[in-house]
Design a protein around this ligand. Structure first.
Ligand SMILES: [Zn+2]
Length: 75
């Protein structure tokens, strides 16, 4: 499992209502606004977890979030 970095999504603001939760006004980013981004283990709410397929290593999984962020920026 790897955690989603965007936590504390309100679901009510302008961005959440338009399905852009990464821009939520109450969003806090794991490792930026919330300590623990570099920890070996961290406790997060279950909704923040993404299962990584077995054929993807943890090292490869580490790059999914920044790659997805770059993709979303270009999209
Ligand atoms: Zn919101």
């Amino acid at each position: 499992m790897t955690p989603e970095i965007n936590a504390h999504i309100c679901g009510q603001c302008y961005y959440c209502q338009r399905n852009i939760p990464t821009q939520c006004v109450t969003r806090q980013a794991l490792g930026i606004d919330i300590n623990g981004g570099m920890a070996e283990f961290i406790a997060v709410d279950a909704y923040l977890l993404h299962e990584i397929p077995e054929e993807i290593s943890f090292t490869q999984g580490t790059f999914i979030e920044p790659t997805a962020a770059a993709y979303e920026t270009l999209k």
